[in-house]
Ligand binder design. Structure first.
Ligand SMILES: [Zn+2]
Length: 323
């Protein structure tokens, strides 16, 4: 609140007003904004409207990642999304299901982790490379002594139109995966990161959950690898064809991207297949997908088996309107 007191004092001095008058103006301003700005924020607006120069305060307003320390609250910070990780699901002590997701964000002073929980994850509709403003976050010390950002109850994230160049804390370059916008017909290079838009023309009705031996990495049919006598690991894959009018290409969705595409978690997919069969599962998914228009980001990969190019999906979303 020290900052608030300073601003009020400056307005009082420069404009020859009584303190009560200034405080009333600030209250009214906050009401006018229906509480979306803080008291300090309202004080800045009032000062600006009265023509009081607050440059000296504004300078230290912009918080950077290097300034984050454990135990801060009401943190507002502008950052670039560096890397989005898959979420982890868990069961709480009371039996309820929870999920947590890590997102690396950075600015020109370093990188930190933003941790999102439950519905916050569903609301996070941003991509790697987006510049966002995180509002009303708080900081927490991690087990290894770093600081992470978390979103408070009234916290929010919005995309902003600003440029941020991300550096690590020693000033080193941080590379953010870039995806080239392409028409499908232009896709011709292995390992290239591309962004395409199009319609699903079909889904392949393959077995969506494959089993691998974690040791020999071979595909196996049963629950266990006969050679290593260890339990197999599951891998969820959904594949289909995307068409954008210029051409079409096979797109492969793995794990959580496949779950998002299906609109079901892996356990639910297994359940549906067990009860209703594979075709029923695919019919459900097709009903959702075959009408939609999608933006897909991923890496081009040569299918060694038939030497065609396919896309391994990293990120996708259904677009509301056709662009
Ligand atoms: Zn094995």
């Amino acid at each position: 609140m020290e900052e608030f007191v300073k601003i009020v004092k400056k307005i009082v001095e420069e404009k020859d007003l009584r303190e009560e008058e200034v405080l009333k103006m600030i209250d009214e301003k906050q009401e006018e904004f229906e509480g979306i700005i803080s008291k300090v924020g309202a004080a800045y607006v009032v000062a600006k409207e009265l023509g009081v120069n607050l440059k000296e305060f504004e300078e230290d307003e912009e918080l950077k990642i290097k300034d984050l320390t454990p135990g801060m609250s009401s943190v507002n910070i502008k950052v670039k999304v560096v890397r989005i990780f898959d979420e982890t699901r868990f069961t709480r002590k009371d039996g309820s299901e929870g999920k947590v997701k890590n997102i690396l964000v950075g600015d020109e002073t370093g990188i930190t982790r933003l941790v999102l929980w439950d519905e916050q994850i569903d609301d996070f509709d941003y991509e790697e490379g987006d510049v966002i403003e995180i509002i009303r976050a708080y900081t927490k010390e991690t087990y290894n002594g770093n600081v992470e950002l978390r979103l408070g109850n009234y916290g929010l994230i919005k995309k902003i139109d600003e440029k941020i160049e991300v550096k690590d804390k020693d000033g080193g370059e941080v590379v953010i995966r870039e995806y080239l916008n392409k028409n499908i017909v232009e896709i011709n290079k292995d390992k290239e990161n591309i962004s395409i838009k199009g319609y699903f023309t079909r889904l392949f009705r393959k077995e969506p959950i494959l089993r691998f031996c974690p040791k020999c990495k071979k595909r196996i049919e049963g629950e266990k690898c006969n050679i290593h006598n260890i339990e197999s690991e599951k891998l969820l894959i959904l594949s289909g064809i995307i068409d954008d009018g210029t051409s079409s290409i096979i797109v492969n969705f793995f794990r959580q991207d496949a779950e998002k595409l299906a609109g079901m978690y892996e356990e639910e997919i297994e359940e549906v297949i067990k009860k209703e069969g594979k075709d029923a599962f695919y019919e459900r998914v097709e009903q959702r997908l075959l009408k939609g228009f999608f933006k897909i980001k991923g890496t081009v990969k040569v299918n060694d088996y038939n030497n065609t190019l396919e896309v391994t999906v990293h990120n996708f979303k259904e677009l509301k309107e056709v662009i």
